[in-house]
Design a protein around this ligand. Structure first.
Ligand code: PLP
Length: 405
């Protein structure tokens, strides 16, 4: 079959595929524990539901402007003022179908074929594929040995005449690492100096632990005018547990937003008005659900870290935020895909192979599910991996017998 080179070069989203696998196994009645997911299980904020219901009841759900409805832009303007101490206008904001689309459209607006996009590893699975979708070249940069923290000097080394943009995601999916204030200050200054776009993917910025303070990249920008190449990405998926609503946004200079809007207008048009209304409800509504999600996640993280520390062969780095933990399992198996498949087959626990995030030998474990799932999932993993485990394990009334060493 004759398919495009770009199309053929794009791999499927492993994380979305795993959601599907877990759902199929569950539908068959298998007692699967899904520690591979990327969505909080808490309920959508009531303000989001009320706002959506009001529009739905009107019976008039129409096309929206390609860059989003005015009410959502206003909510994002207020959000940007509150969290970034930055005053922007509606022409600096675009609402998209999730942060994913906001990043994609930004990349389409700035990249020419063969240009390069740099991002630290481990990285969110979509960054390399998004760059490739633009005909551009993804350039991951490995962290300092044994850590998840990128060093400016390593980024500097790969910047060349083809480099167009840097993407930073902190706290980070998959590691949960929150980069230091100094690093954020340095990367903002570096990108300004080298005239590079800097995409700050802040989708997890309110989900941080241990009393950490949010870091505002805008604080370090010298260029606060319409020539700034700083693009701030955010959305409702994670902080408000609204993954299914598919609303995210970008805040950037007017010209860039105009070009992004043109692209989006031909790609998908504006996001659904219903879902934009829901996002307005969430952003402008009572914020207690975010703090309650944050504390639940922090507690889940503590339980998960304590359990994993009891494994003999796992090297654990405590996440600073998000709802992911990225642990080194290489002493059990250096091939993370084989290990994740083994865990799924033997004890029906879904994890995501580290190789998908650019670091082999690791597994990503999500703790956004119930504490019971987290605890039981990790106990099953321990049973499967520890050669000193008892020979049998019961999952409900199913008896599992170790037939491997
Ligand atoms: C780092 C990162 N950025 C962006 C997204 C996309 O979020 P959305 O659901 O708003 O498209 C995700 C989702 O997993 C993510 O982990």
């Amino acid at each position: 079959m004759s398919l495009s080179l770009i199309g053929k070069g794009i791999s499927e989203s492993v994380t979305l595929k795993l959601n599907e696998t877990a759902a199929i196994l569950r539908a068959k009645g298998d007692p699967v524990i899904h520690l591979g997911g990327g969505e909080p299980k808490s309920k959508v904020p009531i303000d989001a539901i009320v706002a959506t219901a009001a529009l739905l009841n009107s019976g008039e759900v129409r096309y929206t402007p390609a860059d989003g409805i005015p009410a959502l832009k206003q909510a994002v303007i207020r959000y940007t003022d509150e969290y970034y101490n930055r005053v922007v206008g509606p022409e600096n904001v675009i609402a998209s179908g999730g942060a994913k689309q906001a990043i994609m459209v930004a990349l389409q607006a700035i990249l020419n074929p063969q240009e390069e996009v740099i991002f630290p590893a481990p990285y969110w699975v979509s960054y390399p594929e998004m760059a490739k979708l633009c005909g551009a070249i993804p350039v991951p940069v490995k962290p300092e040995d044994g850590t998840f923290y990128p060093r400016l000097q390593d980024i500097e080394q790969v910047v060349g005449s083809y480099t167009k943009a840097v993407i930073i995601n902190s706290p980070n999916n998959p590691s949960g690492a929150m980069y230091s204030e100094q690093f954020i200050a340095d990367i903002v200054a570096f990108c300004e100096k080298r005239d590079l776009y800097l995409i700050m993917d802040d989708i997890y910025h309110r989900l941080i632990f241990d009393g950490r303070k949010r870091i505002n990249c805008w604080d370090f920008a010298k260029d606060k005018t319409e020539t700034s190449k700083l693009i701030i990405i955010n959305g409702v998926s994670k902080q408000y547990a609204m993954t299914g609503f598919r609303i995210g946004w970008a805040v950037a200079n007017k010209k860039l937003i105009e070009v992004m809007t043109n692209i989006q207008s031909h790609q998908t048009s504006g996001p659904s008005g219903l879902l934009q209304r829901a996002a307005v409800g969430a952003i402008n509504g009572i914020q207690s659900s975010v703090e309650s999600l944050r504390t639940t996640l922090e507690n889940n993280r503590n339980v998960l870290v304590a359990h994993l520390n009891s494994f003999d062969g796992v090297h654990v780095t405590k996440p600073d935020g998000t709802f992911y933990l990225f642990a080194d399992f290489s002493s059990y198996d250096k091939d993370s895909t084989r290990l994740a498949n083994f865990l799924l087959e033997k004890v029906q626990v879904v994890t995501v192979p580290g190789v998908e995030f650019g670091m082999e030998g690791y597994l990503r474990i999500s703790y956004c599910g119930s504490i019971k799932d987290v605890t039981e999932g990790v106990e099953r993993m321990k049973w499967a991996l520890d050669p000193n485990s008892p020979n049998e394990l019961y999952i409900g009334d199913r008896k599992l017998v170790r037939d491997w060493s």
